[in-house]
Design a protein around this ligand. Structure first.
Ligand code: SF4
Length: 378
């Protein structure tokens, strides 16, 4: 067969630069059976010059709900589609992992085809649209899941219907010896009981730098985990989440533990916001959401940690969407966040005037907070 692969993120997002692991596994599987596989480019997706005559089968995959693919493609008889971006539980706005159809085991556990994107990358570089470093995730990394799932069941999370962390792939299933580094996509490797330690040991034995790019659960950090983490060849930023303000005590305690073993490292924390677990989204909620964002930022600033604002899609419905935009613009650019208070970073933002009139107390209490201004002695 001649098989086409459509990576929806790639064709619909301008700055997307992360490969689709499911498509790479499908490609690896079908190539091993002797079929021809090709990544389909954006230019090929026109109803008039459609690929029907060329492809016997087309697989479409997307990770994010807001990545777009023309609907007519999904209706074609030779097209199969899947991925977290497609599937919804009834009445649910976001897809859920436990409801999402899986790849058959023989494909899910097949070695990924790390050459699926080669031709596209070659053309991008040849026509000087991008430089090689833009493609590092495609060229330098082995990618996989050592575990899957999470036990916490956060109501906003794709994993909310899952109750445990389970072992998923041994490293031999996806680590390519020729690739310098490893990216792990696990949801919560620290929640895997005794397995995290075995996995970290095996990762160390590869002698390749590695990172868990979905973040690690700092609430589960122990002396042993912090020590092993500090001795690991960890690649890039240590990423954690500070999703709930109610976790402030445990997060502070664990930041101290992290800094005890890695005093010179600056961990990054996702700050999830604009999600009302009571589904009210009234004025009280929006005001409180902003207060809780600033309270979390205040804690991170004191310990010289960096935030990354993650907005739930409802932020657009807030009475102050421009405020959320301004917050991301400040927090998500470390060079700005480290140097300026929110007041300094947003002084030219006229749309904040109305906010200032309505919430003088928030302004007074939080707008002058600054990274590194108050240092906690550890
Ligand atoms: S801890 Fe993270 S991965 Fe686990 S359910 Fe909550 S948001 Fe999802």
């Amino acid at each position: 067969m001649y098989i086409g692969m459509i990576d929806v993120e790639l064709i619909s997002r301008k700055h997307h630069n992360f490969p689709n692991l499911a498509l790479m596994k499908l490609s690896g599987y079908y190539k091993a059976l002797g079929h021809k596989v090709k990544l389909i480019s954006f230019e090929e997706l026109s109803p008039s010059a459609l690929f029907q005559s060329k492809y016997d089968k087309v697989f479409v995959s997307k990770v994010f709900t807001d990545s777009h693919i023309p609907k007519f493609i999904l209706k074609l008889p030779f097209v199969e589609y899947g991925g977290s971006g497609f599937f919804y539980e009834k009445g649910q706005k976001e897809p859920e992992y436990s409801k999402t159809p899986r790849l058959p085991d023989e494909i899910e556990h097949h070695f990924p085809d790390y050459h699926l994107y080669d031709e596209w990358i070659k053309n991008e570089i040849r026509f000087k649209r991008r430089q090689r470093k833009y493609f590092k995730n495609y060229l330098d990394y082995s990618i996989g899941f050592t575990t899957r799932g999470c036990f916490r069941q956060c109501s906003f999370c794709f994993n909310r219907g899952v109750k445990t962390v389970t072992l998923h792939s041994p490293l031999s299933e996806f680590v390519d010896e020729k690739r310098k580094k490893i990216i792990l996509l696990d949801d919560n490797v620290f929640g895997s009981g005794k397995y995290w330690e075995i996995i970290f040991k095996q990762l160390q034995e590869t002698k390749k730098p590695f990172c868990y790019n979905q973040g690690l659960d700092i609430r589960l950090l122990t002396e042993k985990k912090a020590k092993i983490l500090s001795e690991s060849k960890y690649d890039g930023d240590y990423i954690f989440a500070f999703d709930n303000y109610e976790d402030k005590e445990i997060i502070e305690e664990k930041i101290k533990l992290f800094k005890k073993y890695m005093p010179n490292k600056i961990p990054k924390f996702y700050i999830f916001c604009a999600f009302d677990k009571n589904n009210k989204y009234d004025d009280k909620f929006w005001e409180n959401d902003l207060v809780e964002i600033f309270e979390r930022l205040n804690i991170l600033m004191k310990y010289e940690c960096l935030p990354y604002i993650m907005k739930f899609e409802k932020w657009r419905k807030s009475p102050f969407p421009s405020f959320y935009m301004a917050l991301s613009g400040w927090c998500n650019v470390p060079a700005i966040f480290k140097k300026m208070s929110f007041m300094q970073a947003s002084k030219n933002n006229k749309s904040l005037l109305r906010f200032k009139m309505n919430f003088p107390n928030i302004i007074k209490k939080y707008f002058h907070l600054k990274y590194g201004l108050i240092k906690i002695k550890l």
